[in-house]
Design a protein around this ligand. Structure first.
Ligand code: COA
Length: 496
C-alpha cells in the first residue's frame, strides 16, 4: 500500500526502519520535527530515538511547530534526549523537566522560529523529520494534519527523513497551501488577502537528494484533551456575543464580523462553540489551530471558511471529520505557521483575536504562560502574534482557578506576555471590560467592576484605592503588588 504513497520512482529504495532512520540523528544535532498541537507529528523516529537513548545517551536541540501528541515530549524528556526545546510544548512531563532546569525551553512567538533559522540567527537544522500522507512524483512532501514549521524545516535542513503515515487519510492531499516568504530585506508582500487565498503549492518542495530515509508508520494522531463547555465558559461566550452584537449595532462590524482567530485549549474552544447561538453568520476563521468548535460551526452553517496550521480534534470528531473530509475540504486550508501567524497578514485581514489568559492585572497586562510568575505552563504560542497585530485583541479566562484559591485578576501580573498596549477586551464569566481608549486608572475601574470574582472584588478595590491615594499614572503599592501570589505560595490561597 505504501508504494502508491511514495510516487517518486527512486524513493522506494530509501524505505528503512524507524531505528535505521533514527540512527542518522547524532549527538549534538539540531532536529526539526513536524507536529503542531498534537497533530501531524513525526511518530516512529522520535520513539526510536528515545529507545536508543536508553542505551546510547545523546542530546539534541528539538524544534517543532508546537506541541506534540502521542506523549512524545514526555517520552523524549524522560529519555533525557532534549537539551533545548523550541518553540512550544504542552506536556506535563516536559513541563516538569523545563521547570527543574533540565531542558532549556525557548518560549517563542510561533511566527518567528523559521525567520530566525532562515537568517542564521539560531543554529540551523541538521535533520528534519516530517510526517507525510505521500511523496509526489517530483519528490514533494504532502503533510498530514498539520503544517506548522515542517516546510521550512525540510527546505532548510541538510537531510530529511519522511514518515509516510498510512493511517492519515489520502483525502488530506490538496488541503495544504505551502508558501515560503522570500528573503528579507527584499521580500515581496505575502499575497494572502483573505482566509481563502491560495498562494503556494499543495506540497513541500524539497531537493529530492536531501531525502535520506523514508519510514512507513500507521500510528494515529492523539485526540485533543479539551473539555466540553460548562456554565462559566457559556457565560464568557455570552458576554462576547453581547459585546459583538453591540459593535454591529453601532455600525463598527457587520453580522459577518471579521475573520476570527481562537487560541488553544478548553476555554477558547468553548467560546468559539458559543458562536452557534448568535445571530452572526457567514463567518470566516484565519487561525492557528482548528479545534472541534470549527467543525461545530461548519455543521451549524455559521462558518464559511477556516484557514489554520493544524487540525486537532477530540476522538469522536476526528473520526467523523476524517471520514467526511471530502465534504469539508473546499472550506479549509492548512498553512505554514509563519503564514497563519504572520503579523503582516493578521493586520491586513483585521482579525478578531480570542486567546486565553492564565491571569491578568487591573491595568490589562496578561500572563498566558507562567504559574506564580516562575513555572512554565505551555508557552506563549501564537497568542502574541495575534494579540499584537489583530483588529481587536480579546483575552478570556475564568475569574478564579483551583476552587477559588487563585484569582485570575490580580494587582500586578507575576509575568507579562501581553502588555496593556496589546489588550483591548478582557472577559471572565462575571463580565466584560472594554479597555479601548481608556487610561490606566479607567481600565482598572472597569476591570474590577466587571471581571473580578465577587470573593476578591472588595480586596482588589481596596488595593486600587490605596494605590491611587499614593499617585502615579499607573498606581501601584509596589511592596504589595505580588502579595496575592506570595499568599498563595505560603498559604495555598491568594486570599489575605
Ligand atoms: N494560576 C495558576 N493556574 C491557573 C490559573 C492561574 N491564574 N488559571 C488557570 N490555571 C490552571 C487551571 O487550573 C488548569 O489547571 P489543571 O490543568 O491542573 O486543571 C490549567 O491552568 C489550564 O486551565 P484551563 O482552565 O483548563 O484552560 P485552557 O485549557 O483553556 O488553557 C492556557 C489555558 C492559558 C493554559 C492555554 O490557553 C495556553 O497555554 N495559552 C498560551 C498559548 C496560547 O494562547 N496559544 C494560542 C495561540 S493561537
Amino acid at each position: 500500500m505504501h508504494r502508491q504513497r511514495i510516487r517518486h520512482p527512486k524513493f522506494q529504495e530509501r524505505v528503512v526502519s524507524a531505528e535505521e532512520a533514527a540512527a542518522l540523528i547524532k549527538d549534538g544535532m539540531v532536529v526539526g520535527m513536524s507536529g503542531f498541537t498534537r497533530a501531524g507529528e513525526a511518530k516512529a523516529v522520535p520513539m526510536a530515538l528515545a529507545e536508543r537513548a536508553k542505551t546510547h545517551p545523546l542530546k539534541i536541540t528539538l524544534m517543532t511547530g508546537a506541541s506534540l501528541g502521542n506523549d512524545l515530549d514526555r517520552t523524549l524528556a524522560e529519555a533525557h534526549v532534549m537539551t533545548r526545546r523550541i518553540p512550544f510544548q504542552a506536556d506535563p512531563g516536559l513541563r516538569k523537566a523545563i521547570n527543574a532546569g533540565e531542558v532549556m525551553f525557548i518560549d517563542q512567538h510561533l511566527s518567528e522560529t523559521v525567520e530566525q533559522l532562515r537568517t542564521d540567527q539560531i543554529p540551523g537544522i541538521d535533520i528534519a523529520v516530517v510526517e507525510a500522507v505521500a511523496i509526489t512524483e517530483q519528490g514533494g512532501i504532502i503533510p498530514t494534519t498539520s503544517v506548522g514549521n515542517s516546510a521550512s524545516f525540510a527546505i532548510l535542513a541538510k537531510k530529511v527523513i519522511v514518515e509516510i503515515n498510512l493511517s492519515q487519510s489520502e483525502t488530506l492531499e490538496g488541503l495544504h497551501d505551502i508558501y515560503i516568504p522570500s528573503r528579507r530585506p527584499t521580500r515581496q508582500p505575502i499575497p494572502v488577502v483573505s482566509p481563502e487565498s491560495r498562494v503556494g503549492f499543495p506540497f513541500i518542495p524539497v531537493d529530492p537528494d536531501k531525502i535520506a530515509a523514508i519510514v512507513v508508520t500507521r500510528k494515529l494522531d492523539s485526540s485533543s484533551t479539551v473539555l466540553p463547555p460548562d456554565d462559566d465558559t457559556r457565560s464568557i461566550a455570552g458576554h462576547l456575543a453581547d459585546f459583538l452584537k453591540l459593535e454591529v449595532k453601532k455600525g463598527r462590524l457587520t453580522n459577518e464580523l471579521q475573520p476570527l482567530q481562537a487560541g488553544i485549549g478548553t476555554i477558547a474552544n468553548a467560546v468559539m462553540h458559543g458562536f452557534i447561538d448568535t445571530p452572526f453568520h457567514g463567518l470566516k476563521m484565519y487561525s492557528e489551530v482548528l479545534q472541534d468548535s470549527t467543525f461545530d460551526l461548519f455543521d451549524a452553517g455559521k462558518l464559511d471558511f477556516a484557514s489554520g496550521s493544524s487540525i486537532t480534534l477530540s476522538q469522536p470528531r476526528y473520526e467523523q471529520v476524517i471520514t467526511d473530509l471530502a465534504r469539508y475540504k473546499h472550506q479549509l486550508i492548512l498553512r505554514p505557521q509563519e503564514i497563519s501567524n504572520h503579523p503582516e497578514v493578521i493586520r491586513r485581514l483585521g482579525l478578531i483575536c480570542i486567546n486565553t489568559a492564565l491571569e491578568f492585572d487591573i491595568y490589562g497586562n496578561v500572563n498566558s504562560t507562567h504559574v506564580g510568575g516562575t513555572h512554565m505552563m505551555n508557552g506563549i504560542g501564537g497568542s502574541g502574534d495575534f494579540a499584537r497585530n489583530g483588529h481587536m485583541s480579546i483575552f478570556v479566562t475564568k475569574s478564579i482557578a483551583k476552587d477559588g484559591k487563585i484569582s485570575s485578576v490580580v494587582p500586578m501580573v507575576s509575568h507579562v506576555d501581553h502588555t496593556e498596549h496589546d489588550v483591548d477586551i478582557l472577559i471572565t464569566e462575571t463580565g466584560l471590560a472594554d479597555l479601548r481608549g481608556l487610561a490606566p486608572r479607567e481600565r482598572a475601574q472597569t476591570i474590577i467592576a466587571n471581571c473580578v470574582h465577587p470573593t476578591y472584588r472588595a480586596e482588589l478595590t481596596d488595593y486600587f484605592n490605596r494605590a491611587v491615594a499614593r499617585g502615579g499614572h499607573t498606581p501601584h503599592l509596589i511592596e504589595e503588588a505580588f502579595s496575592w501570589h506570595n499568599n498563595f505560595r505560603l498559604h495555598g490561597t491568594m486570599k489575605p
